[in-house]
Design a protein around this ligand. Sequence first.
Ligand code: SAH
Length: 212
Amino acid sequence: MKENNSASQKMVKEQLIARNIKSQTVLEAMLNVPRYLFVPENMQESAFSDSALPIGLGQTISQPYIVAFMTEQLEPVPGMKILEIGTGSGYQAAILAYLGCKVYTIELLEELNIRAKKAINSLEFDNVRIKHGDGYLGWPQEAPFDAIIVTAAPDKIPEKLVEQLKDGGKMIIPVGEAGSIQSLKLITKKDDVIRENDLLQVRFVPMVESDI
Ligand code: SAH
């Protein structure tokens, strides 16, 4: 599954290294996981461009820099148990899987869930579980998690997700109103003390409230 082609090399150099992504393992994952597999056919020529891209149903695959930045913040190591909310295309989950993490990812929209499953299965990862469901509930049967990555923006930090974070764990999450600038926050939990750090201003699709 090596996709060491010039488009991904250029993406890594110009979009990631140039903007100070330093983790060698994250850079390697971004170089080798074939991003084009997670981008719709009619968007292939933009697969490695410096932007988010539409993946249908009003949703997007995040900009490569944001994927790399959020991944780096989690300091992923092999075996780490990570919950992702908002599978979308499956690209972020594939990056974490490439890094050897045990990935649990939840997507609200069934059609995207099915597509993401196909893309991830085509890379033959055996360390990703993908579920169709509501991310506000988390994945209690598999909790606690070493880290949680939320890739859709809620208005406020969902309490159930904080509960499902291990002591010493961290969560990265964009928080704010839909359609406006949101704050990408790093939340840490240690001895029941929750700390919040604002990292970047971002714009994610909303995390939708649902009763599925
Ligand atoms: N991580 C994705 C990008 C996600 S876009 C990638 O790598 O491509 C945000 C996704 O969150 C969308 O697919 C959207 O359907 C999903 N989403 C929104 N609200 C949700 C919720 N309550 N639970 C689970 N997924 C949700």
